[in-house]
Design a protein around this ligand. Sequence first.
Ligand SMILES: Cc1cc2nc3c(=O)[nH]c(=O)nc-3n(C[C@H](O)[C@H](O)[C@H](O)COP(=O)(O)OP(=O)(O)OC[C@H]3O[C@@H](n4cnc5c(N)ncnc54)[C@H](O)[C@@H]3O)c2cc1C
Length: 402
Amino acid sequence: MDRKTFLRQAAALGLGAGFFTTLLSGCSKEYLTTLGDFDVNFDGKVLIIGAGAAGLTAGHLLRQYGVDFEILEASGNFGGRVKEISDFAEFPIDLGAEWIHTDPAVLSRLINDPQVNADVDLITYQPETISLWKDGELKRRNIFSHFYSEYKFKRTTWYSFFADYIVPNIADNIRYNSPVETIDYSGTGVTVRTNNGYVYTADKVLVTVPVSILQKGLIDFIPGLPTNKTDALDRIDFPDGIKVFISFAERFYPDLTYIGGLGDIVSGDDKIFYDAAFRKDSPDHVLALFNVGESAAEYTSLGSDEAIINRVMEQLDEIFDGKASQHYQNHVIQNWSAEPYIQGSYSHHGSGMDDIISTLLEPLDGKVFFSGEALNEEGNTSTVHGAGESSFPVVKRMLQEV
Ligand SMILES: Cc1cc2nc3c(=O)[nH]c(=O)nc-3n(C[C@H](O)[C@H](O)[C@H](O)COP(=O)(O)OP(=O)(O)OC[C@H]3O[C@@H](n4cnc5c(N)ncnc54)[C@H](O)[C@@H]3O)c2cc1C
């Protein structure tokens, strides 16, 4: 079942949005185990475009298999939609991906090394106090608690997972501030040009940029992308996304507050206020807004961080009787729609998800390959672990095909 069909059916049953994510992870197919032993028939060079979860994992695998590679990253840091801020509260905060929407054993699987286990302290994320804000009323919905079964990092983040376990093996091979503009695969190898005038050549290229970048034609492929790929790209939604963290002197909110009626989620919208300090054993009180979907434009289109925080505070004051303004201390805004190399949140596939993914995964001329959160053939799309895992079969294919 694809995400939208699931959301529609769940909405029809009167269930809440964030909680769907939990169930969605249960809908996914089997996870990949380690890449294992296989014959490597490739001794050339690979260029990876993008240093998010998919690109970093791909580089890590190539290093493990002794293959020459470089990662070209447009921004000045690794992680992509995995990003942290460590000086906002007493605990580090995930400005992008935050939950582990699956069995945490996936962390060790991403490391792909039986000698190394991800040794991280986790929280079972099962909010106890849950409310629904609709038609000017805050209604208790603690019953939703029973449907949660996901995890969060306790004193670390998704970002520090990559920083600790993946990046040290590949740090020397990442070229930052290198936005790729052209991928020319018309010759025997592939030539890649960045907007700062650098030219890189390789035998194979792995493209891991967000689908928004491909949809908007921000990378020029020579020859151009075939129409079956551009049609498949057009069938993926990549809606707006924003997170806002606000620290307060006192805690006046439940663990989780859904905004809007159950009908609002039919469009795949997720809009919640949640206690970001939940089970972190911290003295700090941090409330966060998570909004992904069409409704996020309410904030992302406002044009300035000041307008965004004013809007959020206005809403919180309405919901919690002015307590937000009374206890406000500080805030940080992460507007993912305004990030030039992300331009949105994450993929929502329409009907025919398997078909869309298999079309996009097909390499161009045996030289240009694709992976990333939108392209997990096991169905674990829109997640960090899904992005990382999407690179496993693609790397194997790159190394097996001559
Ligand atoms: C608000 C929000 C909340 C989320 N919450 C969760 C969660 O709780 N749990 C979860 O599992 N997932 C969550 N996700 C989804 C998760 O973050 C993504 O699915 C995953 O991180 C995507 O990884 P990726 O490698 O496919 O893409 P990205 O992380 O986007 O990496 C792609 C990289 O390509 C780079 N790039 C772009 N253009 C170019 C170019 N022209 N040249 C070179 N480099 C380029 C980008 O800078 C970026 O670093 C969330 C996402 C958002 C936005």
